[in-house]
Design a protein around this ligand. Structure first.
Ligand code: NAD
Length: 300
């Protein structure tokens, strides 16, 4: 199988490298010259355009910033250039309705399509340990599986077109809300005189346990590998969390879901990302919570 891998950015480049490493026949392309150079230097053969890469492909895999990029690239030549029946896999994080539109356009052009967004970040992409959430038919999922297995460890078929993106927005909405409340709990504990380590020891073994506490602990000390120990260097940047919550909000509004915490999390992370938080790990929201809290009452 010949794979056109389009979008060789932070995630795409290491993913494409893992496909090459697993022995797949890959041809890459990115609209940014520096990304093309980096891919060439990493041993990934590159084409001179996306349509050139797609024209000889059995599979076209896209890893773009947003849904607009995906739909514009599909309509702007990829669907027309690819041989009939090409399997289009989009691993970008995009809105559920955009994924469904991309699917419809691909099918109308005589192709196959699945959405296969990922979690696991750049480290997961480099180590080939991404989680893939897949929306599409059983047949297309089965065809994509060997490729996804070369880039990831956990691959879940979530249902029909768009439902991979649905799983991704639901997961990240839970993650955002839990990271905020864990930050609030640590700031509350500080003001009550409860030590960070003690709160961690209790909650990590109690019903409040969650990833935002036990892996991404927002205070330095209890979990030495968490971003709080390196001044909130990401990790998962606030800008990406804000983007994903924007997609969650779109889905909340489109479905009329009474998701008050999801909406609030979107507002909180939009404000966080508009400032310095955009480039910091999203667990750095604890700093905003601490700063916005009233001055502590002095102890007598
Ligand atoms: P990135 O901006 O580093 O890479 C995207 C690349 O796509 C860029 O190099 C850009 O030039 C290229 N591109 C855009 N339009 C193109 C076109 N028509 N043809 C060819 N190349 C094109 O972004 P990233 O961090 O690699 O993220 C990619 C996607 O993965 C995003 O949707 C993001 O939300 C999602 N994601 C990122 C992370 C992460 O930690 N970075 C984690 C999970 C999911």
């Amino acid at each position: 199988m010949k794979i056109a891998f389009l979008g060789l950015g932070h995630m795409g480049l290491p993913m494409a490298r893992n496909l090459v490493g697993a022995g797949h026949d890959v041809i890459g392309f990115d609209v940014v010259a520096a990304a093309v150079e980096a891919a060439r230097a990493a041993g990934i053969p590159v084409a001179t355009s996306g349509t050139e890469a797609a024209s000889g492909a059995d599979v076209v895999l896209t890893m773009f910033p947003s849904g607009r990029h995906v739909i514009e690239a599909y309509d702007g030549g990829l669907l027309a250039a690819a041989p009939p029946g090409t399997l289009f896999i989009d691993s970008s994080t995009i809105a559920v309705d955009e994924a469904q539109t991309a699917h419809e356009r691909a099918v109308a052009a005589g192709h196959r399509n699945i959405d296969a967004p990922v979690s696991g970040g750049v480290v997961g992409a480099e180590n080939g340990t991404l989680a893939f959430m897949v929306g599409g038919s059983d047949e297309d999922f089965a065809a994509a599986l060997p490729l996804l297995e070369a880039m990831g460890k956990r691959i879940v078929h979530c249902g029909g077109p768009g439902l991979g993106q649905a799983a991704k927005v639901c997961n990240n909405m839970i993650l955002a809300v839990s990271q905020i409340v864990v930050g609030e709990a640590f700031v509350l504990a500080e003001r009550l005189g409860l030590e960070h380590q003690v709160l961690y020891d209790v909650v990590s073994q109690a019903s409040g346990q969650c990833w935002a506490l036990s892996t991404n602990c927002p205070v330095p000390g209890p979990v030495p590998t968490s971003p709080a120990n390196r001044d909130y260097q990401p990790g998962f940047a606030g800008a990406l969390m804000a983007k994903d919550l924007g997609l969650a909000l779109q889905a909340i509004e489109a479905t009329g879901t009474d998701a008050r915490l999801g909406r609030l999390a979107q507002e909180i992370y939009a404000a966080f990302a508009a400032g310095e938080g955009g480039g910091r790990d999203f667990s750095g929201i604890i700093t905003d919570i601490r700063d916005a809290s009233a001055p502590p009452v002095p102890t007598p």
